[in-house]
Design a binder for this molecule. Structure first.
Ligand code: HEM
Length: 341
């Protein structure tokens, strides 16, 4: 979340250089509420008459959360506008503060449609919300699944750490430039996507015109869901589908393992085609980087003497597909203090 809000909004919400604690709590609260509401299967979306049957009070909660999200975005945009005005007074051109520009600065610097000098605030708010929703939960859910499967399989943890020790060594932290060389870890992420894709049915698509795919007729204007969860467990494509086995992705010639779909489309964690995830390279980097550092810096075991094989890997369906029970694990430092702090 911090990585993403720093890029989008120019600030992070948790940690030493964060926005104020009350703003951080507000941000966390509305984000959790929004994700929960996005994941609820709300019958009123399908048959309006069902809107009267709303056991969780979703409509009211959605309106309330939208108002809070809107106020929050309004504040962010106003702050950015004020900062830009100040910079304009100091005659700083957009090009000159290039690297300091965050996503909101970039949007504010773009011309709007129909000859408007600036993009509409409503469009900017929608884009911020879209990006936060698309970028944060997906990466976090993937990390949690990968951690859970690796701690459940100590053999895999040892192989990841052997690779890290040989590529990075014990005297420094992992850098982004190491990621292409961590081929076994790349297999682990690919295997995580096979078993636990963050978007189990992608985002709903609509067929623009009638078509037939693989013998199935799909009329125009049909809502189409792509079952990526089923794809990863399809026994025509994969053997031993219920086993977490990263080695299955290792290429015979040792070439770098592709983490998104690759040429064979056997997994689709980021979808494919013109609506595929535009943040895939960033998502892959966020996931690999977090996992590489967590496995390099620490040894991991389940909490309270629980056996690794007893870690529960039940899934819950939502907008993303998190673990039914949050992962609880024990971390033990494995690098010297002066390397980590
Ligand atoms: C591991 C991390 C991520 C995963 C697994 C993931 C997965 C996906 C999936 C499955 C879709 C739906 C595509 C479809 O239905 O065809 C999507 C859409 C999208 N993603 Fe990601 N994503 C990740 C990270 C990110 C990041 C970091 C960003 C932005 C910085 C991002 C921005 C978006 C946007 C804007 C869309 C909507 C695209 C559209 O509808 O045209 N994603 N993502």
């Amino acid at each position: 979340m911090n990585n993403v809000t720093r890029m989008l909004l120019g600030r992070q919400y948790f940690g030493a250089v964060s926005a104020g604690p009350s703003e951080a709590m507000e941000f966390m609260h509305i984000t959790h509420e929004l994700f929960w509401l996005l994941g609820v299967i709300y019958l009123g979306d399908y048959l309006p008459i069902w809107r009267w049957v709303d056991p969780y009070g979703c409509e009211k909660r959605m309106r309330e959360v939208e108002k809070r999200v809107d106020d929050f975005h309004k504040r962010i945009i106003e702050e950015h506008k004020r900062a830009r005005e100040l910079k304009n007074k100091e005659y700083v051109k957009d090009d000159d503060y290039g690297e300091e520009m965050d996503f909101v600065d970039v949007l504010l610097s773009l011309p709007g449609e129909d000859g408007n000098p600036h993009m509409d605030d409503t469009d900017i708010k929608a884009l911020i919300q879209d990006m936060i929703a698309a970028a944060t939960d997906t990466s976090a859910v993937t990390n949690e699944w990968a951690m859970a499967e690796v701690i459940k399989h100590p053999r895999v943890l040892r192989k990841i750490q052997d690779e890290l020790d040989s590529v990075v060594g014990p005297n420094r932290m992992v850098n982004e430039s190491d990621l292409p060389h961590l081929n076994y870890l790349r297999c682990v992420v690919r295997e995580t996507f096979r078993m636990h894709p963050a978007g189990p049915f992608l985002i709903p698509h609509e067929s623009l015109r009638a078509t037939t795919i693989n013998g199935f007729y799909i009329p125009a204007k049909t809502r189409v869901f792509i079952n990526t969860h089923g794809l990863g467990r399809n026994t025509k494509l994969w053997d031993d589908v219920e086993s977490f086995r990263p080695e299955r992705h290792w290429l015979a010639d040792g070439a770098r393992v592709e983490i998104s779909h690759g040429a064979d489309f056997k997994i689709l964690p980021f979808s494919a085609g013109k609506r595929k995830c535009p943040g895939a390279p960033l998502g892959v980097t966020l996931v690999l980087m977090a996992l590489a550092r967590l496995f390099h810096c620490f040894d991991w075991a389940p909490q309270n003497g629980m056996r690794p094989e007893d870690i529960n890997t039940m899934e819950v369906y939502g907008m993303t597909m998190p673990k039914a029970e949050p992962l609880m694990a024990m971390a033990k430092p494995r690098l010297a203090d002066h390397v980590m702090f």
